[in-house]
Design a protein around this ligand. Structure first.
Ligand SMILES: NC(=O)CC[C@H](N)C(=O)O
Length: 371
């Protein structure tokens, strides 16, 4: 499509600020919470990551689309972001492994994207003013109408979204003859987590977001996993109860991101909405046990309360985010339970934290020995 022929588009923030751009292809309006990701690569994985459900994603990388898309590089079966905001959109692409252009991929999934936005100014605006609801739209002639519709979009704080992305029915993943059986609660699970578990000799049964402990334990799993996912963790009352039941019985439990927040809530530690969150693939984390640094992939807008965690008798902080000293990982002192706020299954990398999957499998093996 010719640059000149593209329709005008805007990004309107909830505080009334407007950024100008052009429609990439499709016309219309898309609403959500605006957030930015600083990763230089991995756009297709980001768009399909269920944790982004309900969010308008700004890519800080100045060129998006230039390496096309590949059917296999998805974290779920559809695009989960609510809309896309970029600086330069590449209609052309070049990569041996690519099977289509990003434009075709967006069209197939019916996603609204706008380009030619001053994303550097936009990102520093979000950094200064915090994450907020916004709309991207080609309906630029009636801003007041857009403002009214935007005012009706619910706040991310308090929003339960896991039910929108979770599987409706339980399903199995991996080799049925694998050594370890794991029950995973799908509150927005990424495919690469399942790949990481299955590649460590595990067979996984994935359950809907509201599965009870009785349902998850019925097939006799060796360990339990709580996934990443979108929205505020606090309204996930059933998931929190299920976590409590697993913890009470001291069964092997591992949680990632939203799953980590659910484990904290199950321990009575509160969560809060961050100013603008962490989204990128170069976030520095310190492992407080080994003293080593890890470069990690992150994607979260909520975090667990650090003071409450420090004071907690049964919970220990194992990982800290080095930019803002928020809690990046915990373990329970006398239970077989640990979790991280970041993404050890990062794809594309970094792969510094994949040892956490090995640790989970070790925990499962040890529990089998002592059982
Ligand atoms: N990646 C995730 O699991 C994100 C968890 C949660 N929705 C948050 O924004 O903090």
């Amino acid at each position: 499509m010719k640059y000149q022929s593209r329709k005008k588009a805007i990004l309107l923030l909830a505080d009334g600020t407007i950024f100008h751009g052009k429609a990439v292809g499709k016309e219309g309006s898309a609403f959500g919470e605006v957030c930015f990701n600083t990763g230089m690569t991995g756009y297709q994985e980001i768009f399909t990551d269920p944790s982004y459900y309900g969010q308008l994603m700004v890519a800080t990388n100045a060129h998006i689309g230039n390496y096309g898309t590949n059917e296999e590089e998805v974290e779920s079966d559809s695009i989960k972001i609510a809309g896309l905001i970029v600086k330069n959109f590449s209609y052309e692409y070049s990569r041996v492994m690519a099977d289509s252009s990003l434009q075709e991929f967006l069209e197939k999934h019916n996603l609204l994207a706008i380009s030619d936005v001053d994303t550097r100014a936009l990102v520093s605006y979000i950094r200064d003013n915090g994450a907020m609801n916004a709309v991207i739209s080609t309906e630029v002639d009636d801003i007041d109408k857009l403002k009214k519709r935007l005012a009706e979009v619910p706040d991310m704080k308090g929003l339960e979204l896991a039910s929108k992305v979770s599987t409706k029915e339980p399903y199995f993943y991996g080799d049925p003859n694998a050594t370890h059986k794991i029950s995973a609660l799908d509150i927005g699970i990424k495919k690469n987590i399942l790949r990481n578990l299955a590649s460590r000799d595990a067979y996984i049964k994935v359950f809907p977001y509201d599965a009870t402990f009785a349902e998850m334990s019925e097939w006799g799993p060796d360990g339990y996993f709580l996934s990443n996912g979108p929205g505020d963790p606090e309204p996930l009352t059933q998931a929190i109860d299920t976590a409590k039941e697993i913890i009470k019985r001291d069964l092997p439990l591992f949680g990632i991101c939203l799953g980590h927040q659910v484990i904290a809530l199950a321990n009575g530690i509160s969560t809060y909405k961050m100013h603008h969150g962490h989204r990128g693939i170069n976030h520095p984390v310190k492992n407080m046990v080994s003293g080593k640094g890890e470069i990690t992939s992150q994607n979260h807008g909520f975090a667990i309360n650090r003071e409450e965690t420090e004071k907690h008798a049964d919970v220990e902080i194992t990982h800290v985010h080095l930019n803002d000293h928020t809690v990046a990982g915990i373990k329970m002192k006398n239970k077989n339970c640990f979790s991280v706020q970041y993404h050890p299954e990062a794809s594309p990398g970094p792969n510094d934290s994949t040892y956490l999957f090995d640790q989970f499998i070790e925990n499962i093996k040890n529990a089998k020995i002592t059982a």
